[in-house]
Design a protein around this ligand. Sequence first.
Ligand SMILES: NC(=O)C1=CN([C@@H]2O[C@H](COP(=O)(O)OP(=O)(O)OC[C@H]3O[C@@H](n4cnc5c(N)ncnc54)[C@H](O)[C@@H]3O)[C@@H](O)[C@H]2O)C=CC1
Ligand SMILES: O=C(O)C(=O)CO
Length: 328
Amino acid sequence: MRKFSVVVTEKMLPSISDKLQERCHVREWDRTDPIPRELLLKWLADAEGLFCSGDVQVDDELLSCAPKLRVIVKSAVGYDNIDIEACTRRGIPVGYTPGVLVEATADLTFGLLLTVARRLHEGWDRVRAGKWENNTEIPFGIDLYGKKLGIVGMGQIGAAVAKRAQASGMIVLYTNRRRRRDEEKIQATYVKLDKLLEESDFVVVLTPLTKETRGMFGAEQFSKMKRTAYFINAAPGAIVDTDSLVQALKDGQIAYAALDVTDPEPLPPDHPLLTLPNVFITPHMGSATIETRNRMALLAVDNLLAGLEGKRLPTCVNESVNYSSETD
Ligand SMILES: NC(=O)C1=CN([C@@H]2O[C@H](COP(=O)(O)OP(=O)(O)OC[C@H]3O[C@@H](n4cnc5c(N)ncnc54)[C@H](O)[C@@H]3O)[C@@H](O)[C@H]2O)C=CC1
Ligand SMILES: O=C(O)C(=O)CO
């Protein structure tokens, strides 16, 4: 059987490596720094499939250097690095991995909320610094019970975060591109963004990065939030204007931020965010569990092989070009 020619721009997990190599000649960029653009374009000259990471800009220039490309996949639910219209114009389906990362990302997001609400990280710092004995000075957190959580972007992960919050006795508000029809099931109240900002004790952001959401959180939005509010972001960093967030945290416009994503990413060591006492940051690890990352990688490979074999991708962003050459 003829092997397909494929480029992979991130180190493959062992769980997919054999499966991929069985069917494909793989050119893999297995270093931690991003693949140099020039090299990638060279590799793509005869590639039929691309398995790309978030640091690769898939645009017209890249696509025109890859005349044989038939499918592009990403092991992620976000695809803001890919020009979907340009792929669709060329009839190239783009695979992504929705659903399989929902619970892990919701755990991490709620974990961020809980960490900053109860100052878990500050408690650990005290223990490590040998300051356990003076327990009158332990940092007091705040109760979750009875507090209002505002979720911006009530999609799959948003709804899974709502469930966790409700189990802790929180009242959930949400705003979304469209009001959800299953409000009874998710037990959350739809409100406009401004009302959500004004009323919430915790604001969690879980929208995709789009033209509408880029820079959605700036000085104006932070000024509408309570001075006691906690801001939690697990969605792409560019949804937040970082300078405005730093200022809001410095001025006490909001109380605290917990971020799994930042802009830029990674943060340089001298970045102002790293100097603030009221921020807690994790290195974009929302989906990073063994089970979930393996599920994502396997689904990405299923998408890739389907596209190479002329079949429908199981999970495709641009459905209008997702067809099977055998039956459609
Ligand atoms: N930190 C991490 O490691 C991870 C982060 N994520 C992020 O979580 C986000 C959400 O993922 P899912 O829930 O699976 O996606 P989803 O597509 O199910 O939900 C996204 C929701 O955002 C809403 N939305 C879109 N534009 C909006 C706007 N302008 N205002 C308000 N709501 C808007 C949509 O209507 C949708 O309900 C992804 O975009 C991804 O970037 C996902 C996985 C891991
Ligand atoms: O799936 C995504 O969008 C991510 O952020 C990667 O885990």
